[in-house]
Design a protein around this ligand. Structure first.
Ligand code: SAH
Length: 465
């Protein structure tokens, strides 16, 4: 982040606005809406500003700005149409360690004005750091439509009921569950529609009928292959309400960043990792945390039921009687295939597709290679990077044609995605010089030839070079 987002209490504090036109007026309105007193300094102050500030104790100084205007000021806004004046204001203000915003010239000052969606006491403020005001405006439009007008009423009502709920539940987790239930339920609907009386009595009823939570719950969630846009709505919802997050290296940073910020995070590594926890330990940890009453998110890369050991984790939960939910994710095969422009099936190329583990158990493959020879079958190998030479050799030895196309997709769907293509006979040579990094998915079959024409996803890293 280039800036620290913050809400300032400016009620009855003096703020300086340098400038006397329409832009200055907009800023003055904002400051007044927050209860500030203003000092306006400009060679010419518009009648609109005079009218707006009539009968207040605000100061209107029709003169040239000078350093003394900064006395007793807590915040400065430079809003003249003269860049050199704005810059001078910014410089002098910063010499006095004051925060100063320069309209349309973020770099000149040290504070930026956010775009605002006001549902007081709920206020959403966001910024592009002055880099893309139009984007901020578009985002604001979206948020305006997302946040019903009644949100302020709802927040105010929640504030009124806070002590009552605190008195009922001693544990912070119980209070959180209660509020999540209420704020997503009929009481909230009533408040949004303006029926505060009805909303309040529903909250009181719910309060009476809710018992303290004893056992938590486990959410086994597929986080997809990397691009956070590929998450499901349900995954996102559960990610944002879990108290504890157990994640491993396959879950991308961008996806992890969407989990609840104040949740506890436990890194459980993965198989080839030195810091990995054995699977049994992870299973036991899930049980333990749920028994403490927590909502535990077990976040997996891709889909939890595809080479994810998800089955083992929920077996333990089931045997301990712990409630759980499983949320599917986009598995690496779907994600990588789409983002590499390789349809896994195609009328002219492949009538079936097989997902295979390329992970060697005890140094050998217990795979039935004879079932993988049909040229009309696409093969997708997970965890196959280390075993790639062996996989290609076995397929050829058993009779799949040496010129069968093959693709390696590294870090598929992410900004670092790279795709290497060749044939069973050539791919090892091709990737020898490249530093191919995990995770990598292997696709074998004539569908790979479509990559040339159907590829659409341009990886940012390569474009930069
Ligand atoms: N449950 C996961 C798979 C876990 S096994 C899923 O459904 O996708 C781990 C293997 O998945 C890796 O070795 C790699 O082969 C593959 N994989 C996962 N994410 C990937 C990605 N973003 N790009 C390429 N391969 C990926």
């Amino acid at each position: 982040m280039d800036y620290l987002p913050l809400f300032l209490q400016v009620r009855n504090q003096r703020c300086l606005v340098v400038g006397g036109g329409d832009i200055a007026l907009r800023k003055i309105r904002l400051l007044k809406a927050s209860g500030a007193s203003v000092r306006v300094v400009a060679r010419e102050i518009s009648s609109d500003i005079r009218e707006f500030l009539a009968d207040t104790d605000d100061q209107l100084l029709e003169k040239r700005f000078d350093d003394l205007d900064l006395n007793d000021i807590c915040l400065v806004i430079a809003a003249t149409d003269d860049e050199s004046v704005n810059r001078k204001v910014a410089m002098l203000a910063q010499q006095r360690q004051l925060f100063v915003n320069v309209v349309d010239d973020a770099d000149a000052g040290n504070a930026v004005m956010p775009a605002i969606v006001d549902r007081s006491p709920v206020v959403v403020a966001f910024s592009t750091g002055g880099k893309a005001p139009v984007l901020a405006r578009l985002l604001r439009q979206k948020l305006e439509t997302l946040l019903p007008q009644g949100y302020g009423r709802l927040a105010a009502l929640a504030g009124e009921c806070r002590d009552m709920v605190k008195a009922r539940f001693s544990q912070i987790n119980d209070r959180r569950y209660f509020w999540e239930k209420v704020l997503a339920g009929p009481a909230a609907e009533k408040a949004l529609m303006g029926d505060l009386q009805g909303a309040r009595s529903l909250i009181e009823q719910t309060l009476e009928n809710t018992s303290e939570q004893k056992t938590g719950e486990v959410y086994l969630v597929g986080g997809g292959p990397g691009d956070p846009d590929l998450l499901t709505f349900k995954a996102l919802r559960l990610m944002q309400q879990a108290d504890v997050v157990l994640h491993d290296r396959l879950v991308s940073e961008d996806v992890l960043a969407l989990c609840r910020r104040d949740a506890d995070y436990i890194y459980v590594g993965k198989k080839r990792d030195r810091h990995a926890r054995p699977q049994e330990e992870i299973n036991a940890l899930l049980v333990e945390l749920a028994k403490e009453g927590k909502r535990v998110l077990r976040l997996k890369g891709g889909d939890p039921f595809i080479f994810g050991r998800g089955g083992e984790e929920i077996e333990t939960l089931a045997s301990e009687g712990i409630p759980f939910q499983v949320v599917p994710g986009i598995t690496a095969a779907s994600g990588c295939a789409s983002y590499a422009g390789i349809p896994l099936t195609h009328r002219d190329h492949a009538q079936s597709v097989r997902f295979v583990t390329g992970h060697l158990k005890d140094g050998s493959y217990a795979l039935n290679w004879n079932e993988m020879l049909d040229p009309g079958q696409t093969l997708v190998f997970y965890m196959g990077l280390l075993g790639l030479p062996r996989i290609c050799q076995e397929l050829m030895d058993h009779g799949r044609a040496a010129q069968t196309p093959i693709a390696l997709i590294q870090q598929g769907t992410t900004r670092n995605q790279r795709v290497f293509t060749g044939t069973l006979a050539t791919i090892n040579k091709i990737i020898e010089s490249e530093k191919v990094k995990a995770p990598t998915l292997i696709i074998v079959g004539s569908v790979v030839t479509l990559h040339e024409t159907l590829s659409w996803y341009k990886n940012e890293k390569l474009l930069e070079q």
